[in-house]
Design a protein around this ligand. Structure first.
Ligand code: NIG
Ligand code: FE
Length: 412
């Protein structure tokens, strides 16, 4: 089955096969062809080129006049499975409490854990699926989702089973990450060692047996988990083939980044507080993708990840939503492009690379998605009639996406 997209005003994000990610100065280019065509065959990109040599097709033809066609976004870090919302804490923060102070009073992650434990698998699935469908319409063509609001064997398994159902029900690729080490639940407050043992001896083996997770994660932070506890977790997870994707350096630099790098983490996420030594550590491990979460910085009013410093040091950078009820209740990647440009001083091209190819790398999907490359999946964003690509982050908080293509089909 063929679909020909013709008269594309700009076909952007073009890369030769085999390019796994873009780093440093390369990030400033988001290559494209003006006035182009693209042919999809059997859900994959077959070929593309300039309109003066446009082929014929016996299949469907879609005329894009004035519209740009880009690779769909990849969201490599979400907590999209959750129960209830936390606008009460939002108001508390407006009145002056910090995220840490709210957590110390039993709010934060533990608040979501209480709500999640009371929700059935069916209720969780319905709510999460609604959010997933919403973000697909906003241009997301692949998604990671974490557990971490269960914090008991049964509730963590429940979350990961929901993730698996979503993977079956949605047309986009889904990866799941086990985040049992998100916070120490109340019942283990006086014996945190016992909670880590529960994660390692009971949760991990069951999750591995049911093949419920692709990666392992930890919130390595003061009052959450230490670098040494993180190492114990990574060591155990390694036996099950689960590679780390971690929450590190959100509020403090305590050595979590180095622990994750020792275990060849696929990505190191947050990094709002990044010392020169941390930057050097990252530079020594180019296989680990640094991931900034500007929606979280915006929403909590905390520093932004020093993305400029990371890219100027020659490193790669991905950007993800962190979609969750406490620190980033939005999965709108277009808005993150604006935040990346305005608050992190990225060029639009750098921001676009960060949410496409580099984000795909952070989910090991770079051979499938993240660029316009022959053989990759036909998952695209079709813009409205806009004057340029930079117009997307510039005209902030508007929806510039007219349609989304998933497996070569328009979804709207
Ligand atoms: O990535 N930092 C830890 N985890 C989430 C927040 C979770 C929550 O507040 O519910 C994050 O920001
Ligand atoms: Fe997160």
């Amino acid at each position: 089955m063929e679909v020909l997209f013709r008269n594309i005003r700009g076909l952007y994000g073009i890369r030769e096969a085999g390019i796994k990610k873009v780093s440093g100065k390369e990030m400033a280019s988001f290559p494209g062809i003006e006035n182009a065509w693209l042919l999809a065959r059997d859900g994959r990109i077959a070929d593309y080129g300039p309109m003066d040599c446009c082929p014929e097709t016996t299949g469907e033809t879609i005329d894009l006049r004035e519209r740009f066609l880009l690779p769909a976004f990849v969201d490599s870090h979400t907590h999209i499975i959750y129960a209830g919302t936390r606008e009460g804490e939002f108001k508390d923060r407006i009145k002056g409490l910090s995220y840490e102070e709210i957590a110390a009073r039993g709010g934060g992650i533990l608040n979501s854990a209480r709500k999640l434990r009371e929700s059935s698998e069916a209720q969780l699935l319905e709510a999460a699926l609604r959010r997933v469908n919403e973000v697909i319409r906003l241009g997301t063509g692949a998604l990671e989702m974490k557990s971490g609001y269960g914090l008991s064997v049964e509730a963590e398994l429940k979350m990961l089973r929901v993730a698996r159902k979503i993977a079956e029900l949605t047309p986009i690729p889904v990866r799941s990450t086990f985040l049992g080490a998100h916070a120490v639940p109340g019942e283990f407050r006086k014996d945190r060692k016992a909670y880590l043992k529960l994660i390692i001896d009971e949760m991990l083996p069951r999750i591995a047996e049911e093949k419920l997770a692709d990666y392992v994660d930890v919130f390595c932070e003061k009052n959450y988990f230490t670098p040494d506890e993180s190492r114990q977790l990574f060591e155990a997870a390694r036996q099950y083939g689960l590679r780390p994707k971690v929450h590190v350096n959100q509020f403090n630099s305590i050595g979590g980044l180095q622990a994750a790098l020792e275990y060849n983490a696929l990505s190191a996420d947050h990094l709002e507080v990044l010392t020169d030594e941390d930057l050097e550590s990252l530079a020594g491990h180019p296989d680990t993708m640094p991931v900034a979460l500007p929606g979280c910085s915006f929403f909590l009013g905390i520093p932004y990840t020093p993305a400029r410093k990371i890219i100027d040091a020659g490193l790669a950078l991905a950007i993800a939503s962190d979609y969750n009820p406490g620190s980033a209740p939005s999965g709108n990647i277009s808005f993150l492009l604006s935040l990346a440009c305005i608050r992190m001083k990225l060029l639009p091209e750098e921001a676009l690379n960060a949410v496409t190819l580099n984000a795909a790398y952070a989910l090991e999907l770079e051979d499938e998605l993240g660029s316009i490359t022959r053989g990759k999946r036909a998952q695209f964003i079709i813009t409205k009639a806009i004057p340029s690509l930079s117009y997307i982050p510039y005209h902030f908080a508007h929806n510039h996406i007219e349609n989304v293509v998933i497996n070569a089909s328009l979804i709207l």
